[in-house]
Design a protein around this ligand. Structure first.
Ligand SMILES: Nc1ncnc2c1ncn2[C@@H]1O[C@H](COP(=O)(O)OP(=O)(O)OP(=O)(O)O)[C@@H](O)[C@H]1O
Ligand SMILES: [Mg+2]
Length: 284
């Protein structure tokens, strides 16, 4: 039996395993495979027949494998397995994250956890996630996923539709509040450009802002919980902040603005698959 760790996400399926030679492998539906071809690739090319499974998305297309999955609350299991995978990715990359830190996983929705000396405490998640950005863009007929960078990467500060606090309250200009959003998308109703391409660009930037401001706000609110106080390091997981330069750049700015230290582990989109691979006592 040859195993892979597999993350059945709500949007993507990701697999991780270590070859007998020690080579680490990462393969997913984000890299040109649909579910069926990913399944074929694992089975035929890599001779994998057992899956140490995690994640709460659909498993169709992977019926031929032996599935192993620990029992327990599905959401807590996902979050703690993901945290364990993130710790491994950090260790493998030689990045030391000492002590208490927060973990944010921007998946289809967004999950949060507090990691403290090996213990993982799931925190309240948010329904605003990468799936929200995708959904907003799709409802406007715009490309999402990798398309986000093509739309937004041309400019250092792409125009958007958000009403900024310093625009709403001009006396706040020049203060730290200048960079805060007073109301997402509000300017679309006030001064939308006639040109559709310019409108699309602003819409995309606001959709990304909506997500990242929600992340920053959630992290700030967790600071009110005595358990989380003093946690300034934030480990960021999920496909969107890992693969999109723009999202990463903006998120980094937002987190620094609220006094947090963002950490982006390499292969962070595979954290749950890595956690699942090592969680199982199946033979490699
Ligand atoms: N290159 C990319 N740039 C930006 N976003 C991307 C890119 N590739 C994928 N995404 C987005 O990432 C999102 C999926 O995130 P992720 O893979 O972390 O979620 P998931 O694990 O499938 O879902 P969940 O964790 O909620 O079960 C999708 O919304 C997708 O559009
Ligand atoms: Mg996920």
């Amino acid at each position: 039996m040859r195993k892979a760790g597999i993350d059945f996400g709500l949007t993507h399926v990701k697999a991780h395993w270590i070859e007998p030679t020690g080579q680490r492998r990462y393969l997913s539906t984000m890299d040109g495979f649909d579910r069926r071809s990913l399944s074929n690739e694992l089975w035929h090319r890599f001779r994998i027949d057992a899956l140490s499974a995690a994640g709460n998305g659909p498993t169709d297309g992977f019926e031929r494998f032996a599935h192993h999955r620990p029992e327990g609350d599905p959401l807590s299991l996902e979050i703690s397995t993901q945290a364990a995978g993130a710790a491994r990715l950090l260790e493998e990359a030689g990045v030391a994250v000492a002590g208490k830190h927060l973990i944010v996983a921007v998946g289809t929705g967004t999950s949060y956890a507090l990691q403290d000396g090996g213990a993982c405490l799931p925190l309240l998640g948010s329904a605003v996630g990468a799936g929200t950005v995708d959904g907003l863009l799709a409802s406007m007929g715009m490309p999402s996923g990798p398309g986000i960078d093509e739309a937004l990467d041309a400019e250092a500060a792409p125009p958007h539709f958000d009403l900024m606090l310093a625009e709403a309250v001009p006396s706040l200009k020049g203060t730290p509040y200048e960079a805060f959003v007073a109301s997402h998308f509000a300017k679309a109703a006030r001064d939308a450009p006639a040109d559709q391409a310019a409108c699309d660009l602003r819409f995309a930037a606001s959709a990304v802002n909506l997500l990242l401001v929600d992340v920053a706000r959630s992290l700030l609110l967790f600071g009110n919980d005595p358990l989380c106080s003093g946690a300034t390091d934030v480990v960021v997981l999920g496909t969107m902040p890992t693969r999109s330069r723009v999202v990463r750049r903006f998120l980094e700015q937002y987190l620094r603005m609220i006094g947090k230290n963002p950490i982006f582990p390499p292969h962070a989109e595979y954290a749950l698959a890595v956690g699942a691979y090592h969680a199982s006592d199946l033979l490699p």
